[in-house]
Design a protein. Structure first.
Length: 276
């Protein structure tokens, strides 16, 4: 899988993915150096970044297959996103990971730019121009994590997001011991992910997604528990049955065996509606 990071936030998360051998990393930012990096000349504002977007054909010469495009909405360089995606859309199956900052802390022009970027990606997803957009809110990730120190704040949040996505990718390519993960409906292209507390049945999403129509639950359970806990099957089935609501009727789950001592879970939520 390819990871393309655009801007400071996107490149920081791309660096987190670099620790895993399953990903090929591409980074685009101002004054950036190193392998897999493309340095952009600093511009005055979003319009300039969009207008001055270069030809990336050589940089993406060998790119193909599944690709996650990671970008934060408040950076001016994010205005270059569509120009980049237009150059690779025929070579890749593109999911966008959109990192939304705390918008209450953004000043006027930054807040307006973020709002435009946030909406454009959702429209692109709904139209099928990109496969899906995964919305992640930094404040909600912080709430999920609990306490996050000031020094290393973004490193901790970026690492937490990356770890969750990586493990979901791993399980998506692993045979479950129970259940199956159904492919989401084509119309449900606006999504988020989160952590699922298996003991309490508690859901902690990374974004407050509205109009959810489909849910997927991942149970990661130690092999020892899977062999010895005679009540686990009934507990999981009861939990999943209790998740159905009038709006959310499409629910799938899968149970995976792990070598870890502690058990954990993830969730994926899908909506057909552009988020306000």
């Amino acid at each position: 899988m390819n990871i393309i990071g655009l801007g400071k936030a996107g490149c920081a998360i791309a660096d987190c993915f670099a620790q895993y051998p399953q990903y090929k990393i591409f980074k685009i930012d101002v004054d950036i150096e190193g392998k897999g990096c493309y340095s952009i000349k600093r511009q005055r504002g979003p319009e300039d970044y969009e207008r001055e977007a270069p030809d990336f054909s050589n940089f993406f010469n060998e790119i193909e297959g599944e690709t996650i495009f990671v970008v934060g909405g408040s950076g001016n360089i994010s205005a270059m996103s569509l120009r980049i995606l237009e150059q690779i859309r025929n070579k890749c199956k593109i999911d966008v990971l959109y990192i939304r900052p705390d918008i209450e802390l953004l000043a006027g022009s930054k807040r307006l730019h973020e709002k435009v970027t946030y909406n454009v990606f959702q429209h692109y997803a709904r139209s099928g121009a990109i496969n899906r957009v995964y919305l992640v809110s930094n404040p909600m990730v912080e709430d999920t994590m609990g306490s996050v120190p000031v020094i290393g704040y973004y490193d901790a949040i970026n690492g937490f997001i990356t770890s969750a996505i990586h493990m979901i990718n791993i399980f998506n390519n692993t045979e479950p011991v129970m259940g199956s993960m159904e492919a989401p409906a084509d119309s449900r292209r606006i999504c988020t992910l989160g952590i699922y507390d298996m003991e309490e049945g508690e859901e902690k999403m990374f974004f407050p997604l509205d109009s959810i129509r489909e849910m997927r639950y991942i149970y990661a359970v130690s092999e020892t528990v899977l062999r010895e806990d005679g009540g686990l099957h009934k507990k999981i089935v009861t939990q999943i049955k209790g998740k159905a609501t009038e709006d959310v009727k499409d629910i799938s789950f899968a149970v995976y065996s792990t070598k870890y001592k502690s058990d954990y879970g993830y969730l994926l939520a899908y909506s057909p509606i552009i988020q306000k």
